[in-house]
Design a binder for this molecule. Structure first.
Ligand code: PLP
Length: 463
């Protein structure tokens, strides 16, 4: 279709309706390797493939929408983190980003540990055979039942998040005749998001015990006194989608300062320090994430330097990447349903999913990319917005994107970098059925989480 068939939407460099300046990429058929999973490519016919399989075939076999996950890429990223940190550190994959039994097995095989933060995540991890001593249990409001299950299972650590929880976990462990290994999560007064960090007053949130005012030191005092607990370290998680290491620098400085105070007061050098996760990925070509080996080098240097300054033995470091491992490995495959050009504004492209399979755009104003994947096109780019099928005008998947002007119902489009916090945050809004997760590897595909059915929905509705 020519531009006259789609009159809406500026074609070239333009000011978007919300005032942002944007220009279409030089080639809409190109797939930026920064945002697409490793094995994604466009074949000679213009069809996008992943793991050697055409998306058109995947759509036929598994339907749309579907999350398509590149298993080789997942394993490669997990391995890169593991290798980068070496044997003197531990990498805990943050299961909340996306957890399934297949993922647990991949992590186990690649030598990673696992963070869980609910009974459901713990059950998934254990049912897939993750050794309990490689599981860390997180959360600001773990129920007594969850704590008991975790202690009984023998999880490697519980990360304590409040004064009440210190007592609660100690009591439960003791009543089971156990001594539970724990860390205390503190807030260091740093909050990092994307390219910036703020080093003031970010104790004002639900997680952790503030370092400020001596609260963290008091928590350590109490934990050290309780027989049911073995305090192994201090935990700090400063934010998400972080690109800049300076937030970690301040956090490490403050955590090591606490370790020094603990040594001075109690004569104890805690053996571990956990710096959390939050490392950023590329959602669009504008994002420039760091490689795991650069991150490992930077974090190790920071902690070593701080400990030398404080005359402490360097503790064992652990990190907890979630998004950085799974985020880039998957894309969401959608079928275009309607294409609605709005004069002078943009073209609205409706797909067969939406905020139920990707809430991040509505929730965080997240940015995503999108491409036509069932064919190549040389049509002029049009400014588009990819929206879902939900009864809600905020149901936006990709806010601003350029797509070929000949886009039509039945085309397949894909949104890359949806591996993290999309399936795991998916809902049944409008009684829409949650999409499957299809893993591809070496020319083969298999469903690792199946598509929800109407029977699944009705099974819960016992009315
Ligand atoms: C969410 C979370 C992570 C993972 O964050 P990503 O941004 O996915 O890397 C790690 N640790 C803790 C404690 C978290 O809450």
């Amino acid at each position: 279709m020519s531009r006259s068939a789609h009159p809406a939407g500026p074609r070239h460099a333009d000011v978007l309706p919300d005032g942002h300046y944007s220009a279409p990429p030089a080639d809409l058929n190109a797939l930026d390797p920064k945002v697409w999973a490793q094995t994604v490519a466009r074949d000679a016919d213009g069809v996008v493939t992943v793991g050697g399989l055409a998306v058109t075939r995947l759509a036929e076999e598994y339907g749309t929408p579907a999350y398509v996950l590149d298993e080789a890429d997942f394993r490669a990223r997990a391995r890169a983190w593991r290798t980068a940190f070496g044997s003197d550190a531990d990498v805990f994959y943050a299961g909340k980003a996306f957890l399934s039994r297949a993922v647990v097995r991949w992590l186990d095989e690649e030598g990673l540990n696992l963070d869980v933060c609910s009974g459901g995540e713990l059950a998934t991890a254990l049912s897939a055979g993750m050794p309990a001593d490689r599981i860390a249990f997180h959360g600001n409001n773990k129920s007594p039942e969850e704590i008991e299950r975790a202690v009984r299972a023998g999880v490697g650590r519980i990360v304590l998040d409040s004064f009440q929880e210190i007592v609660r976990v100690a009591h439960i462990a003791q009543s089971l005749g156990q001594r539970q290994r724990v860390q205390i999560r503190i807030t260091v007064g740093v909050e990092a998001h994307t390219h910036e960090f703020i080093a003031t007053a970010h104790e004002d949130q639900k997680f952790g015990i503030p370092l400020a005012g001596g609260q963290a030191a008091e928590a350590v005092r109490r934990a050290l006194q309780l027989d049911g607990l073995e305090l192994i370290g201090i935990h700090s998680h400063i934010g998400s989608q972080i690109f800049d290491m300076s937030g970690f620098e301040v956090a490490a400085h403050r955590v090591v300062g606490l370790l020094k105070d603990i040594r001075d007061e109690h004569g104890v050098e805690l053996p571990e320090i956990d710096l959390g996760g939050g490392l950023g990925i590329a959602y669009t070509s504008d994002d420039d994430p760091r490689e795991p080996h650069e991150i490992a080098k930077a974090l190790t240097e920071i902690v070593t330097r701080e400990c030398e300054g404080a005359r402490l033995r360097t503790p064992r470091i652990s990190v907890e990447p979630g998004r950085a491992i799974v985020g880039p490995t998957a894309f969401t495959l959608y079928e275009v349903g309607t294409v609605k050009p709005l004069d002078g504004l943009r073209t609205y492209v409706s797909v067969d999913g939406g905020m139920s399979d990707n809430i991040r755009t509505a929730l965080y104003d997240a940015e995503y990319s999108v491409a036509l994947v069932s064919r190549a096109s040389d049509a002029e780019p049009v400014l588009a917005r990819v929206v879902g099928k939900h009864c809600e005008s905020g149901d936006i998947v990709v806010k601003d994107a350029f797509l070929p002007g000949d886009l039509a119902p039945g085309d397949l489009i894909a949104v890359p970098a949806t591996g993290a916090y999309c399936r795991s945050m998916a809902s049944n809004y409008n009684h829409v059925l949650r999409p499957p997760v299809v893993a591809v590897r070496d020319g083969e595909a298999r469903v690792i989480v199946r598509r929800e059915t109407e029977e699944d929905l009705l099974r819960l509705d016992v009315g």
